[in-house]
Ligand binder design. Structure first.
Ligand SMILES: [Cu+2]
Length: 174
């Protein structure tokens, strides 16, 4: 029947989409709101907070060219909405930025006072290694990978001990 065929095709399409997203994610900045002057100054901060940004993910800024743009800037420029050290300038929407480098990335709109009005976004790429500690203070994450593996070894031991316990526990009652 046609409806069930369409249904299974849709299911397959959704599966393909989910599988595709598992390897590299496209993050639509601001979700359906897009990239424009937000209702409050912390809008993009709140949007980014629950998300993890991995290497080779992409940021997608949806906006109307000339009304807005996307500047990638230094942390100092980001904090002050200044344009002393612009790293990248993207004037034509939509702007797609592949995240090819780990660490902190700072973006804002360079038109008018849009940055001051909250049209700014900072993200940390490769947050997975920092997920074991309280690292949400926005401080630059410069810890080398070796340090991260050291700090995660203790929780891993606990984890393995727990798993081993679960495996051995039933044996006690045999
Ligand atoms: Cu703007």
């Amino acid at each position: 029947m046609a409806p069930s065929l369409a249904g299974s095709l849709l299911a397959m399409a959704i599966c393909a989409l989910l599988l595709g997203e598992a390897s590299a994610m496209d993050h639509i900045v601001g979700g359906s709101f897009g990239w424009k002057i937000p209702p409050n100054a912390t809008f993009y901060q709140e949007w980014a907070k629950p998300r993890t940004f991995e290497l080779n993910d992409q940021l997608v800024f949806l906006y109307t060219s000339a009304l807005h743009n996307v500047l990638e800037v230094s942390e100092a420029d980001f904090d002050g909405c200044t344009q002393d050290k612009v790293i990248g300038m993207h004037p034509v929407g939509p702007t797609i930025i592949p995240l090819t480098k780990g660490g902190n990335h700072y973006f804002f709109c360079g038109i008018g006072t849009h940055c001051d009005q909250g049209l700014k976004l900072s993200i940390t790429v490769g947050k997975a290694s920092a997920a074991t500690g309280p690292d949400d203070d926005g401080a630059p994450d410069t810890s080398p990978p070796a340090d991260a593996s050291n700090s995660s070894s203790a929780p891993m031991l606990h984890y393995f001990a727990g798993v081993l316990g679960l495996i051995l526990l039933p044996l006690l009652f045999v």
